[in-house]
Design a protein around this ligand. Structure first.
Ligand code: SAH
Ligand code: SF4
Length: 429
């Protein structure tokens, strides 16, 4: 999400600045921040301290803070972090040229106004750190779900969908430039809905339209909320081979008591029914999740319920976190953060160990299978190997030969680790 936002910012500032790889050469440094978990904010504070020395060397250097953290603790930040010259919240990027100008005149400036309409739909993002193959397209902003632990609805504002016309144009233009994969992004991407006078366009409709651009353009999306994973969407995924069979479907907890306290608006049984449906309509679909360990009042049994649900689903991958209180959320106000830190860590470790096992088992099941892989670049471990992803979003590594970034190749899997599939190309397309 933040990568996509940074690309929008780069576009807004392109008439005034060009991008440099070297911090020492920079006249302007922007830190795009996330407030979802406490450690992300701590990292930014550390980074700001590191940047202070650059300011001593270059008196005209300006440093600005963007994103969620800007929204959450603006005044406090400007007071505490003297390195900062200006602050812009996630809906204020169009005002950056003015904020920067004020800051350059020595005035402390910030804009954290949250809009109900801003989608930056007319801005063509600058893909400055791209492999030229995969790109993100932001299709909606904000979130209306108010999960009790989560700060996003407060820092990124209300949910709003972007005009499908501009999304399709952006995807088409990326394809024309040689990109072969787009990931449609939103906090709750499958609740996308563009209200039109005749027919509304929902997320399944939008996915279908993007899939029709070309069979050579892969379509992915993130993140889905379980409440919105419709059969209609699953049928679109089944109909178009270029819509990747991979769904990130955060469950957060396997316990109904926790799900209720989290305000996730579904039960364990509902979630498992959706998983069953996904596997019925898309038998080869990979599923990943987010899990929170040690939420308020979580008992040993609640934790066991999470582990058993993870086993039952057999996730391919998971992002796993221990609960951290976020100021301003319902949980911070109404629920007690009563699971001791050591227990949170212990539970998180158990969750991670289980997922490691599930990922390895899933990868082992792929040995002998052949997948279509979109080549993304040279493998980090060996320059004689390339890597890319299969539709299930698994990283596949194979000998380089004459293949290059952006090619589609058929890879037969011979070996695996918990994180990677290794194989040989059997044919190119
Ligand atoms: N919109 C997405 C993701 C939002 S944030 C969704 O609904 O799934 C990404 C993940 O961070 C969440 O899914 C959740 O697992 C985790 N998270 C959010 N707030 C948290 C908190 N206070 N403590 C720990 N993890 C949190
Ligand atoms: Fe946060 Fe829930 Fe919205 Fe995701 S759906 S961003 S977890 S409030």
């Amino acid at each position: 999400m933040n990568v996509a936002d940074s690309e929008v910012v780069a576009s807004i500032l392109s008439p005034y600045y060009s991008i440099t790889d070297s911090l020492r050469d920079a006249d302007l440094i922007l830190l795009n921040t996330c407030s979802v978990r406490d450690n992300a904010e701590q990292r930014i504070r550390k980074r700001l301290r590191e940047l202070a020395s650059l300011k001593k060397k270059n008196k005209s250097l300006l440093i600005g803070l963007l994103g969620c953290m800007a929204e959450r603790i603006k005044e406090q930040l400007l007071e505490e972090e003297k390195t900062l010259d200006f602050i812009a919240g996630p809906d204020a990027y169009r005002s950056l040229p003015q904020l920067i100008e004020k800051a350059s005149l020595g005035m402390v400036s910030y804009n954290v106004y949250l809009s109900e309409e801003e989608t930056y739909d007319d801005i063509d993002p600058v893909r400055y750190d791209s492999n030229g193959v995969s790109a993100f397209i932001s299709i909606m902003r904000g979130c209306n779900n108010f999960c009790s632990y989560c700060v996003v609805p407060y820092t990124r504002g209300r949910e709003r969908s972007r005009d499908p016309k501009t999304i399709i144009e952006e995807a088409q233009s990326l394809f024309d430039k040689g990109f072969r994969e787009v990931t449609l992004l939103g906090q709750n991407v499958n609740s996308y809905c563009w209200k039109a006078t005749e027919n509304n366009i929902d997320f399944a409709d939008l996915t279908e339209k993007i899939a029709q651009i070309s069979p050579l353009l892969r379509v992915r999306y993130a993140t889905s909320h379980p409440k919105d994973i419709s059969d209609k969407l699953l049928f679109v995924m089944a109909k178009y081979p270029n819509v990747c069979h991979y769904i990130h479907l955060p469950v957060q907890s396997g316990s109904n008591a926790m799900l209720q306290k989290m305000n996730r608006v579904y039960t364990r049984e509902y979630y498992l029914e959706r998983i069953k449906k996904i596997k019925e309509i898309l038998p080869d679909c990979a599923i990943s999740t987010d899990v929170i360990a040690g939420f308020c009042g979580e008992t040993e049994q609640d934790h066991r319920d999470t582990l058993s649900l993870m086993r039952e689903v057999g996730y391919e991958y998971a992002f796993m976190f221990k609960y951290s209180v976020r100021e301003g959320t319902k949980a911070a106000e109404k629920l007690e953060d009563d699971v001791p830190e050591e227990l949170k860590i212990k539970r998180l470790e158990e969750i991670i160990a289980l997922q490691q096992h599930l990922s390895l088992e899933s990868n082992k099941r792929d040995i002998g299978k052949t997948f279509s892989v979109l080549v993304e670049g040279v493998s980090k471990r060996s320059d004689r190997h390339l890597f890319g992803r299969n539709p299930q979003n698994k990283v596949c590594v194979f000998p380089k030969k004459h293949y290059k970034t952006g090619d589609y190749v058929e890879v037969k899997i011979a070996k695996c680790t918990a994180g990677t599939l290794l194989g040989e190309v059997t044919s190119d397309k």
